[in-house]
Design a protein around this ligand. Structure first.
Ligand code: E4P
Length: 220
């Protein structure tokens, strides 16, 4: 399973690339705002960090653009900036034609803000490279997320769509493990979610116990 970092903060991306070889990056308008930098500045900085690799960077088209022509032009402009860019388009009806048109031109799309298996199915039919079901937002509203992910994986596999499923808006390690057990291709989460998930209190207790034994034992 691939781990993507959901962030537009250059220091976080640098750390995650170095510390656990993150497989890709997803950004959104909130992350870009959090970076404190203008959109174009920050996406170009991120592009330079993954230059020459096959790691993708998902960059989102202006969410005010909901018409085919506007989305298409903006997507083409962004895609021309870096071969690593995958263009994020929100999952609304005009996006489906845009996704298909961009796919013909070899431009990859991450269909984002997906909240139903039906939306995911149509994104896949249109030729989306990634589809991003937002599980954290659903779970925060009391919705069950396992069957949501299962449905999308099953649909993808039933029809052999080439779309990769990014389980997104991930808030904790349990959601990552759920996604992995179900067979989603990728998760995207913030740095703190991964770091928290890599720790366990028993590991720390164990280290302390073993350190005491170590200290009481001659080395040679
Ligand atoms: C995914 O591609 C999105 O950027 C992200 O997961 C959205 O979730 P958020 O609520 O953490 O911003």
């Amino acid at each position: 399973m691939k781990f993507f970092l959901d962030s537009a903060k250059v220091d976080e991306i640098e750390y995650a690339l170095e510390a656990f070889d993150i497989d890709g990056i997803t950004t959104n308008p909130r992350h870009v705002q959090d970076s404190g930098k203008p959109f174009m500045t920050v996406i170009k900085e991120i592009a330079r960090m993954v230059e020459g690799t096959n790691k993708t960077v998902s960059v989102e088209v202006n969410p005010h653009f909901t018409a085919f022509e506007d989305m298409l032009n903006e997507a083409e402009k962004l895609a021309a900036l870096s071969p690593n860019f995958v263009i994020k388009l929100q999952c609304v009806e005009p996006s489906f034609k845009t996704i298909a048109e961009l796919a013909k031109k070899g431009i990859r799309v991450n269909c984002t803000l997906v909240f139903s298996a039906m939306q995911a199915l149509q994104a896949m039919r249109s030729g989306a490279y990634y589809v991003s079901p937002f599980i954290g937002w659903k779970e925060a509203n009391g919705e069950e997320i396992q069957s949501f992910i299962e449905d999308i994986v099953m649909i993808r596999d039933n029809y052999n769509f080439q779309t990769q499923i990014i389980v997104a808006a991930v808030r904790n390690a349990r959601q990552i493990v759920d996604a992995a057990m179900i067979g989603a291709d990728i998760v995207t989460a913030g740095l703190a979610v991964y770091q928290d998930g890599f720790q366990h209190p028993y590991t720390h207790d164990g280290i302390q116990k073993f350190a005491k034994f170590w200290d009481q034992t001659p080395y040679e």
